[in-house]
Design a protein around this ligand. Structure first.
Ligand code: SAM
Length: 207
């Protein structure tokens, strides 16, 4: 997976490549779909949701340029896999998920694989997690119609960075937004197709 799907497509950060080698992706996938754990595509995890394609997890982590010292918020815990990768790269990871069944699964998966230090909260991550703000980095694993301003507010004001898919329900661009005292700078990392971010600052559930 690391050689064929990540290095060949240009993932270079050695810390990201090592994190992707270390986290046992199959441990985060329900038995029925486990044979697909290292395929080059999103993998079903139940509740109509998926773990993002391995390349996308690596590209998002690389874009955040984590050094090991950061406090990170992930929105969309799903299985907990992406949060485990972030935990290999940062000092502290908190992840938030709206589906109660996935909150339970993520907690269980993270505890079983040795990542019990990752905190999994239930709630609407389009509002961020103000109780624990500010964050050095925020990683959003679902597609938003626009960048939720609550997430921008919760970024560290000197060196905060946010990676988020933004666009229609079907197609998005993955944006990296860096916040500094000079303001916000945005770069498009790649194009992608994520499940929708549902919430107060996102798509409405009935839309
Ligand atoms: N990062 C996950 C993993 O490693 O398994 C996969 C994330 S999946 C692509 C997107 C997740 O975002 C789904 O589990 C979905 O329930 C969740 N989600 C959607 N809207 C959300 C919101 N407003 N707050 C929190 N989670 C949300």
């Amino acid at each position: 997976m690391v050689e064929r799907q990540l290095q060949r497509r240009g993932i270079r950060d050695p810390r990201v490549l090592e994190a992707m080698r270390r986290v046992p992706r199959h441990e985060f996938i329900p038995e029925t779909y486990r044979h697909m754990a290292y395929d080059d595509e999103p993998t079903p995890i139940g509740c109509g949701q998926t773990i993002s394609q391995p390349y996308m997890v690596a590209a998002m982590a690389e874009a955040l340029a984590l050094t090991g010292a950061e406090r990170v918020l992930e929105v969309g815990a799903g299985s907990g896999y992406h949060a485990a990768v972030l935990a290999e790269l940062a000092a502290d990871v908190l992840t938030i998920e709206r589906e109660p069944a996935l909150v339970a699964a993520a907690r269980e998966n993270l505890a079983r694989t040795g990542y019990a230090r990752v905190r999994v909260m239930e709630g609407d991550g389009s509002l961020g997690y103000p109780e624990a703000a500010s964050f050095d980095a925020i990683s959003v694993a679902a597609g938003a119609p626009e960048v939720p301003f609550r997430l921008l507010e919760q970024l560290d004001e000197r060196h905060g960075r946010l990676v988020i898919p933004v666009g229609s329900r079907d197609d998005q661009e993955l944006r990296l937004i860096c916040k500094s005292l000079e303001g916000l700078r945005t770069r498009i990392v790649n194009y992608c197709r994520f499940v929708p971010l549902l919430g107060a600052q996102a798509w409405k559930v009935e839309e």
